[in-house]
Design a binder for this molecule. Structure first.
Ligand code: FES
Length: 237
C-alpha cells in the first residue's frame, strides 16, 4: 500500500465561470489497483460528484478510455504502480467535446462510424440451410481488424482530427477495412464511398499516433493505407 496523488480534470457544464481545472485527491492505493479502481474509490469514498464512464471493468466495452499521464489508455487496464511516479494526471480524451469531468461526447465517434456503413452489405440471399461461410484463409484476413472496441483513443490522438472535426477518423477507417476485407461483403464500394473525400483517408499523414494509442494493439494506419490502395484500384477499374 502506498500513497498516490491523483490530479483529475474537473468540468461542470453548469459552472462555466470555472471552466476546466485540475482537482487533487490523495489515496492509499493497494498493489494491483487500476486507475479505474482508484477513480471508484475517490467517487465512492471522497467525492461523489466526480464523473466518468465505465462499465465492463475488463477492457472490452471501451467506456473508460481517458488520458492518463498524457497517454490515451483504458483506466481499467492501467495498473497504478506500473505508471511510474506518485502523481497521476487523469484527463478526458483529447479532441472531443467534454460533457462533464472525464466524460466526452461520443457524437464525433459515432458520426464517423456511420459514414463508413459499419456492417456487412450483401445483395444475394443467404444460403437457406446455413450462415454465409468463408474459408479459414479469408477469415484470417480479418485478424487485427474486428477486435476494435470503439474506445476512441486512436481518433483522439490524431492531429488530423484535432484540425478537422469532420475527419472521419482512424476508428472508422479500421472498421471500414474490416468489411472491405471480408470475402462475404458484396459491396466494398459502399464502405469506401465516404472515404475518398477531404475528410476521408487522404487527410491521414501516416504519423502512427493511432497505432501508439490503441489499447488493443491494433494498426489503423495499416488499414488506412490498404483503403487508399483499394480506392485507387477501384478508380483504375
Ligand atoms: S470499463 Fe470497459 S473497457 Fe474499461
Amino acid at each position: 500500500m502506498a500513497k498516490f496523488k491523483f490530479r483529475i480534470n474537473r468540468f461542470d457544464p453548469d459552472r462555466k465561470d470555472r471552466g476546466h481545472y485540475m482537482q487533487e485527491y490523495e489515496l492509499e492505493v493497494p498493489k494491483g489497483y487500476t486507475v479505474l479502481d482508484c477513480l471508484n474509490d475517490i467517487k465512492w469514498k471522497i467525492d461523489g460528484t466526480l464523473t466518468y464512464r465505465r462499465s465492463c471493468r475488463s477492457g472490452i466495452c471501451g467506456s473508460c478510455a481517458m488520458t492518463i499521464n498524457g497517454v490515451n489508455n483504458l483506466a481499467c487496464e492501467s495498473q497504478v504502480y506500473a505508471l511510474g511516479g506518485d502523481t497521476i494526471n487523469v484527463e478526458p480524451l483529447r479532441g472531443y467535446p467534454v460533457i462533464k469531468d472525464l466524460v466526452i461526447s461520443l457524437d464525433p465517434l459515432v458520426k464517423g462510424l456511420l459514414a463508413v456503413k459499419p456492417f456487412m452489405i450483401t445483395r444475394t440471399p443467404p444460403p437457406s440451410d446455413q450462415e454465409r461461410l468463408q474459408s479459414p484463409e479469408d477469415r484470417d484476413k480479418l485478424e487485427g481488424l474486428y477486435e476494435c472496441i470503439l474506445c476512441g483513443s486512436c481518433t483522439s490522438s490524431c492531429p488530423s482530427f484535432w484540425a478537422d472535426k469532420e475527419y472521419i477518423g482512424p476508428h472508422a477507417f479500421l472498421k471500414a477495412y474490416r468489411f472491405v476485407a471480408d470475402s462475404r461483403d458484396e459491396s466494398p464500394r459502399e464502405h469506401l464511398a465516404a472515404l475518398d473525400d477531404k475528410h476521408g483517408v487522404w487527410r491521414c499523414h501516416t504519423i502512427f499516433n493511432c497505432v501508439e494509442a490503441c489499447p488493443k494493439s491494433l494498426n489503423p494506419t495499416k488499414a488506412i493505407s490498404e483503403l487508399k490502395k483499394e480506392i485507387v484500384r477501384q478508380k483504375l477499374g
